[in-house]
Design a protein around this ligand. Structure first.
Ligand code: G6P
Length: 368
């Protein structure tokens, strides 16, 4: 086939390592540094109409749904427009309310997922304008939508989605900046987002260089039965994505949870056999999650934390700390997900599993 693994053992690993490039491909030509804004021509909506949008629905399945959840955090924070992120399989059958001046986005790497296509058709039947964020040019979802954006990530072969996810999140960021600049976001703030976004690819590169270190951590959790992923704020959906990656390819039961919600249930499961993987980067909720993690530690869990370079506190309570570069809070998911992808990959590979084609899963689910 034209698509080769090259020096990589699996497509998934190759795709993880492509992310400095694929993230850049998602924003290249779509940013304007001088005006501190973004441009998404494929939406086919003039700015004087776009600025009237009152509500956004982000509808998707699987990993694309996690990108939608992150989109909710980013767009609401930067553009102050209410966003609803929903599973396509639920949206299509619950008679969704779609007021005027709502934009519906369906997000699908393949552009062929049956439930996402069903949601698109449902929204169109209600007369809504439906835009698609897809990777595959000319896919059914791309063709049936009223416009949209291609993520330009190149073919994704590994069943567990990695590079498509970070590209989708990049598009969410561009959308937030574009809409934000029409409302509350100043030139100067917009410029800061753009210049920080441009630094993301080289920061991802730095995290990829930690692969061997992360593989050693993976070796310590590969035989566990369960794992808990924790995050707060915008890193909560990243915790969900980290847990999905692990369960998909290593068959270890894992859940992503908002760290503070842990005390209402999952804490009952925590003991020395439970690895807890927590995203505790420097952001406004750092002190909050730190105290959640002290609770985890008190129950003897094996605590693995993702921390910001320069953090000196988390090493006191963690078995292992994975240090990553700092960025703006809204851009953090593009960095914090990388070590979680590498952790899941290495666990599955150390277990000798079929990483690119996990049992019972398909790259694209084209039946209901
Ligand atoms: C399947 C794949 C996932 C993917 C999901 C949604 O479950 O295994 O990796 O996230 O479908 O696919 P889509 O192509 O719509 O993004």
């Amino acid at each position: 086939s034209a698509i080769e693994k090259g020096d990589f053992k699996h497509f998934m690993l190759k795709e993880i390592f492509e992310q400095p490039l694929t993230i850049e491909n998602a924003f290249r030509g779509r940013i304007n540094q001088h005006l501190g804004t973004a441009r998404l021509g494929g939406l086919g909506i003039p700015n004087f109409e776009l600025r009237k949008i009152k509500q956004i629905h982000l509808v998707a399945c699987g990993t694309s749904f996690h990108a939608a959840l992150i989109g909710k955090y980013i767009i609401e924070d930067i553009a102050r427009i209410p966003v609803f992120a929903e599973y396509a399989s639920e949206y299509r059958y619950r008679n969704p309310i779609i007021p005027e001046d709502t934009l519906v986005f369906v997000i699908s790497q393949s552009g062929e997922t049956a439930d996402t296509l069903g949601a698109l058709r449902e929204a169109k039947a209600k007369g809504a304008r439906v835009l698609a964020i897809t990777n595959v040019v000319g896919s059914t979802i791309a063709r049936e939508s009223d416009g949209g954006t291609y993520i330009h990530a190149g073919s994704e072969i590994g069943v567990a989605s990695t590079k498509a996810f970070t590209s989708q999140v990049t598009i969410m960021t561009l959308l937030a900046i574009l809409l934000g600049r029409m409302n509350y976001l100043s030139t100067v703030k917009g410029m800061e987002y753009i210049s920080e976004l441009e630094k993301i690819p080289s920061k991802v590169e730095k995290i990829l260089a930690l692969n061997e270190y992360i593989r050693n951590i993976a070796a310590t959790i590969k035989d566990c039965k369960n794992a808990l992923y924790l995050g707060r704020g915008i890193n909560y959906p990243v915790a969900m994505e980290g847990a999905l990656k692990l369960k998909e390819i290593s068959y270890i039961h894992s859940e992503g949870y908002p760290a503070a919600e842990m005390k209402h249930g999952p804490i009952a499961l925590i003991d020395k056999n439970m690895p807890v993987i927590a995203i505790a980067t420097k952001d406004p909720l750092y002190d909050k999650i730190y105290s959640n993690l002290q609770e985890v530690r008190a129950r003897k869990a094996r605590l693995i934390t993702i921390a910001t370079e320069g953090d000196t506190e988390l090493s006191k309570i963690s078995e292992n700390v994975i240090y990553i570069p700092d960025t703006l809070t809204n851009l953090q998911p593009l960095l914090t997900v990388i070590p979680l992808q590498l952790l899941a990959y290495n666990v599955a590979d150390l277990k000798g599993l079929n990483v690119d084609q996990p049992r019972n899963l398909a790259k694209s689910v084209t039946v209901e």
